[in-house]
Design a protein around this ligand. Structure first.
Ligand code: DGJ
Length: 721
């Protein structure tokens, strides 16, 4: 609910668990008054306390206590007294500052779409919007701040629309939000990492100065995620205050937290202003990506539950968003580039016998692609490998009773490709300078309309040519060698224009192929963000398929992404990335924590292993709804152990998974308390052959068998009796 108290020009945005309050001061500045645990009312007597601060400049000579440097501004510009990190910066003949003052506001049910950008969505019953117009007279610039409140799912979506009047401006920076909080006693939580080791949950105290996570790779990247949370340092899984911000965007971004001289803090998120600049002609506009804010006082369990259910309900779109996902077999680690149609059919046959539902043909089906050195861009089936073509193969796979899916890497081009030979200028490059390579490939210039148009048609042609029900959209390098284009300023527009081009392609393909299930991938989780989730409701979390390596990757990913979106495969041992040998049971139990798939040569496995896989598939089908749509809880964790439960809507099914990494001598008994159960109910587990009461399982817990084995795991499925 959004309430407006006209007498004090105050907006109170009341969510399920939080209040967000902003106020228009007499001087016209729009300031932040409160964000935190929900309060019923905000008294008109609750005034800002002003204090004279030496060296904090004042807009009027009459009042030394009033300074933009100490006010909690909703959208701030440097240059007129605020020395903290600014939200917006412009440049024109009038300087670089904006003096943004309130001009008007609107409150309405529902939420507008964001032009050309992915964004959260909801019905008029689910979301209400406040728009506040700020205006700078000297430059004739209007900034419209948009606040869309998803009351039930406990989120606030914020963005800014920047519009010019009579004068052109150069936009040097336009974050989606900054948020001023009244103290600095926080621990910062973010997701960092690298290729094969994505989304490490990183914690660091907010000390004096500034901490930022950012990307200038042209993608959100393996090593950074557009997410930042500030938590009370004493926050636990079950309690504690957390403020969290995410960006619905897939390109260069920044997310930061800084302390100020007066021990307040400022959190910000938006497009990275490094390598960013945007020419705005007179009477034109720039839309920032959307940032999502949430607050919980229920610790990381509360944050995770809110993040996951918001992403599931208000970001992921289309036919597949609310549908259970097929269990797939992908041939990548089974064959790499070296396959024949017969080999693929053999694999598909074994997959069918194991109860798998979808066959995905990965890299290597097109051009003369027998290694990663060539053919990207030549999206024509290789008849030497696939004599019946994609259409023939797809039909044969369908006849076996499996759906057929296909890998693509449309944004890329190999130098050794017909596409490059025909259009060398379509690769991103600086004329007169040699290419910079990564996996020996180049990136197509999606900032060019003709390249995007070509891509839409090229991908559509393949998708129309065969019975394809799933697409894995890969992207295996970051962007370098940004061209100057015609005008110098376009250089700094490039990264954002690339992402806008990509989003246009994805939007059009979603429109043309509404039945296809898209999975995004970027060498694993190199662009696993909410922007991509809007177009593709699942993502390949990491190329690291080792069950033990996956534990931390999936745990970090699960802080913001629901299990249904986390592609998670059982692969061969020794694992191809780590060389580790783990039991098949543990590989299955870990993969079943996400969206289950297989990525190994099933046909080459001994029969008893295939039987074990068939058993896993059957088990997953029986728990799929609970894992993909249920509530997820991280349980007691040590350096050596991980434990989780998934609980379905009516708490009638509970999936408990425990993994111990290394065996230890004389190890203490491990007791794990479950969460989220019905305390009154009695639950039976077939694996244990025993029943327990909900309150018993939650308060006493389960004792893990003291088995002396490395990489040991259990999965117990409890049913309410
Ligand atoms: C990187 C992906 O993450 C892998 O799963 C696989 O599809 C390869 N690319 C294929 O080149």
């Amino acid at each position: 609910m959004i309430e407006y108290q006209e007498d004090v020009s105050l907006f109170h945005l009341k969510s399920r668990d939080f209040s967000y309050i902003l106020q228009v001061l007499d001087e016209g500045y729009v300031v932040h008054r409160y964000f935190g645990k929900k309060i019923k009312r905000f008294s008109p007597d609750n005034k800002i306390t002003y204090q004279d601060r030496a060296f904090s400049p004042n807009p009027t000579s009459q009042d030394r206590t009033f300074s933009l440097d100490t006010l909690a501004l909703e959208y701030s510009s440097n240059g007129l007294g605020d020395f903290r990190t600014a939200t917006i910066e412009v440049r024109n003949a009038k300087g670089t500052a904006l003096d943004l003052r309130y001009q008007g506001h609107r409150i309405f049910k529902g939420k507008k779409e964001l032009a050309d950008l992915p964004a959260s969505f909801g019905s008029e019953d689910q979301v209400e919007t406040l728009e506040v117009d700020l205006y700078d007279q000297l430059t004739d610039v209007t900034v419209t701040l948009s606040y869309s409140l998803f009351e039930e799912t406990n989120f606030l979506a914020r963005s800014a629309l920047i519009q010019t009047g009579q004068q052109p401006i150069q936009l040097e920076k336009a974050l989606s939000l900054t948020l001023d909080l009244p103290h600095k006693d926080f621990t910062i939580h973010s997701l960092t990492g690298r290729y094969g080791y994505e989304k490490e949950w990183t914690q660091t105290p907010l000390t004096q100065g500034k901490y930022s996570v950012a990307s200038i790779r042209g993608a959100s990247s393996h090593s950074r995620t557009p997410f930042i949370a500030l938590a009370d340092p004493a926050t636990t899984e079950d309690q504690g205050d957390i403020y969290s911000a995410q960006l619905v965007y897939s390109g260069n971004f920044t997310a930061f937290a800084e302390t100020t001289a007066i021990h307040t803090s400022r959190l910000g998120i938006g497009i990275n202003d490094e390598h960013f600049s945007w020419q705005l002609e007179a009477h034109s506009q720039f839309q920032t990506p959307e940032a999502l804010l949430t607050f919980t006082d229920q610790g990381f369990t509360g944050l995770t539950r809110d993040n996951q259910s918001f992403a599931r309900q208000h970001i992921a779109r289309g036919k597949w968003a609310q549908k259970e996902r097929p269990i797939l077999i992908n041939n990548w680690e089974a064959t790499y580039f070296h396959f024949t149609e017969d080999k693929i059919l053999e694999l598909a046959q074994s997959a069918k016998e194991a109860g798998i539902e979808l066959f995905v043909l990965d890299d290597g089906w097109f051009g003369k692609r027998n290694s990663d050195t060539c053919s990207l861009g030549d999206w024509v089936e290789n008849r030497d490998k696939l004599p019946s073509g994609l259409a023939g193969l797809g039909k044969k796979i369908n006849d076996l009773g499996l759906d057929f899916g296909l890998w693509f890497e449309p944004e890329m081009v190999s130098e050794d490709s017909d596409l490059y030979r025909a259009h060398p200028d379509w690769a991103i490059q600086i004329s007169g300078r040699g290419h910079t390579y990564s996996r020996e490939q180049l990136v197509l210039d999606l900032s060019k309309q003709e390249v995007c148009d070509y891509l839409i048609e090229a991908v559509s042609t393949v998708l129309e040519s065969a019975p394809i029900s799933y697409v894995k959209w890969d992207m295996n390098r970051n962007i370098t060698n940004i061209p100057e284009h015609q005008a110098n300023h376009e250089k700094h527009e490039f990264y954002h224009r690339y992402i806008l081009g990509l989003y246009r392609v994805l939007e059009e393909l979603n429109r043309r192929f509404p039945d296809i299930l898209f999975e995004s991938c970027a060498g694993g989780g190199g662009r696993n963000d909410l922007g991509m989730l809007y177009y593709m409701p699942q993502a390949w979390a990491s190329d690291n398929t080792d069950a033990i390596g996956r534990l931390s990757i999936q745990e970090g990913t699960g802080l913001i992404f629901p299990a249904i979106s986390v592609g998670s495969h059982v692969s061969a041992v020794p694992n191809h990335q780590t060389g580790r040998v783990t039991p098949l049971a543990t590989r299955g139990n870990v993969a079943m924590l996400g969206n289950l798939g297989y990525e190994l040569d099933l046909h080459a496995l001994p029969e008893r292993k295939l039987d074990e896989i068939a058993q896993q598939v059957e088990t997953y089908k029986s728990i799929r709804r609970t894992v993909q749509f249920g509530d997820y809880y991280r349980l007691k964790k040590t350096d050596n152990t991980y434990a989780y439960t998934y609980v379905n809507d009516d708490k009638s099914q509970v999936v408990f998974t425990f993994v111990k990494v290394l065996s230890q001598p004389e190890a203490p008994l491990i007791q794990v308390k479950l969460k989220g159960l019905d305390a009154e109910a009695r639950y039976y587990s077939k694996e244990l052959g025993a029943s327990f009461y909900g309150d018993e399982l939650m308060n006493i817990g389960i004792t893990i068998p003291p088995v002396q084995k490395d990489y040991y795991s259990v999965q117990y499925i409890f049913h309410k009796q």
